[in-house]
Design a protein around this ligand. Structure first.
Ligand code: UD1
Length: 417
């Protein structure tokens, strides 16, 4: 298994193009099954999760063609199965979107309980509650989620927790249901808006995506579509933090700055310079950033996916900082690895107390999940000496060409066997 070798001490500078959003793309690909017409998706990130989803489509009998390395054509008219295989489904969390799209279109879905990053317990009760409210029978047996419906009928659904996955899954199924569905306490992430725009361009009637009430009027038919995926705000945030932590000067282009407001505000609070233009952001690091407190929340709160990265940055801040993780119960697996690199972090329940500023030293670390893996790259960049990151398949699940992009900014990073 390859590992990443990072030598610390480089100051990142230059510009980087941000790829398409993973969390939008992994929903849009399954959503393509809601139509029988041809779907064209542009700006797909070239990442492991997307390749697994394309293999799942192929295993269901769906035709796929890569028009360019980032443009995929999907022809769902040849679909011949509604049971994605376990060996592929276990590789990513987002395979649960096949529940909503297959039951919405064919009234049947059998999907193994999905895998993905281990962030502590990740129940799917809200997905199931939503599908059941639309009239589907949902059974879990032998590790399979079996959903069937003779007819889906619109319903009012109030989510008990704000969930990105449940909001999208219900939206997918409701798009082809008869009548009107209202999702209340819906998640508001930009990726949800992108999925709704994709569906609406096919002829769906979805209003209110991006607010906490989404109204969907079911339609009988959906047509062809060509859609461009929005930029990845978490990839963008990763390069912003890498630029800031190394005291560098990094320009990100092809971003939607509004989606990065929670991070931009926090960096400015830390006295790090962030210049925002129409579709670019420049971050100029401060050698001695101020300490800050961070609380993760659903969008537009500070993203949990940036939590591990923000923690690395806070090890370089002057004084005591605090991070409270409110979205996932146990998303602190990176803390022990960072402590092995010299970080001073104390955990109490859902809160991490970070004392800065500490000189990190390179060490062998294991990418415990996707974003933690990216955080270890940034930690390696500011540490003294060499950091070797193992289990990097997690990182490749979500970051396109991360070694090449980091190296182009001046990072000393390479893959080793
Ligand atoms: C998505 C993102 C992930 C991000 C997370 C939160 C994708 C593919 N992944 O994950 O990168 O970290 O949003 O922004 O888009 N919950 C329940 N019951 C449910 C569903 C969720 O209790 O049925 C809880 C979860 O355990 C968690 C919280 O709700 O505590 C938020 O989870 P959710 O928004 O669903 O995350 P994902 O969609 O899995």
């Amino acid at each position: 298994m390859p590992r990443l070798h990072v030598i610390g001490g480089s100051r990142l500078s230059g510009s980087v193009r941000i790829s398409g959003a993973k969390n939008a793309a992994v929903a849009i690909i399954p959503a393509a099954l809601l139509t029988e017409a041809t779907v064209r998706i542009e700006n797909l990130p070239n990442i492991y999760d997307i390749h697994v989803l394309v293999k799942i489509l192929q295993s269901l009998g769906v035709k796929t063609v890569w028009e360019t390395p980032s443009t995929l054509l999907i022809d769902p008219s040849t679909l011949s199965s509604w049971q994605p295989p376990y060996e592929l489904v276990k590789k990513l969390r987002a395979s649960y979107y096949f529940l909503g799209s297959l039951v919405g279109r064919y009234g049947q879905a059998v999907v193994p309980v999905p895998g993905g990053c281990d962030l502590g317990p990740r129940p799917i009760d809200q997905h199931i509650k939503g599908l059941a409210a639309l009239g589907a029978n949902v059974n879990m047996e032998h590790g399979l989620i079996k959903v069937s419906a003779t007819k889906l009928t619109g319903a009012n659904i109030y989510l008990d927790v704000v969930s990105v996955g449940a909001t999208i899954n219900i939206m997918l199924a409701a798009t082809r249901a008869s009548g009107r569905t209202v999702i209340e306490n819906a998640a508001k992430e930009p990726e949800i808006v992108d999925v709704a725009n994709f569906l609406n361009a096919m002829g769906a009637k979805i209003r209110g995506a991006g607010t906490d009430v989404i109204r969907i009027t079911g339609v009988n038919e959906l047509g062809p579509v060509s859609h461009t995926v929005i930029p990845d705000r978490i990839e963008a945030g990763t390069y912003m933090v890498a630029g800031a932590a190394t005291g560098g000067d990094v320009l990100l282009h092809e971003v939607i700055p509004k989606h990065l407001d929670p991070l931009t505000a926090k960096l400015r609070e830390m006295d790090i310079q962030v210049e925002v233009a129409d579709d670019s952001i420049r971050v100029i690091g401060n050698p001695c950033p101020l300490a800050a407190d961070i609380k993760t929340f659903p969008y537009p709160g500070f993203p949990t996916d940036m939590q591990a990265l923000a923690m690395v940055l806070l090890t370089q801040a002057d004084g005591s900082s605090m991070i409270t993780e409110n979205v996932f119960e146990n998303r602190f697996k990176h803390v022990d690895e960072l402590k092995r690199m010299g970080a001073q972090i104390k955990l109490e329940g859902r809160t991490a107390f970070i004392t800065g500023r500490t000189r990190l030293s390179g060490a062998p670390v294991k990418a415990t999940d996707l974003r933690a893996g990216a955080a270890f790259i940034v930690a390696g960049l500011i540490a003294e000496g060499e950091t070797v990151i193992s289990d990097i398949n997690h990182i490749y699940r979500g970051y396109e060409n991360i070694c090449e992009k980091m190296a182009a900014l001046g990072a000393q990073i390479k893959e080793i066997e």
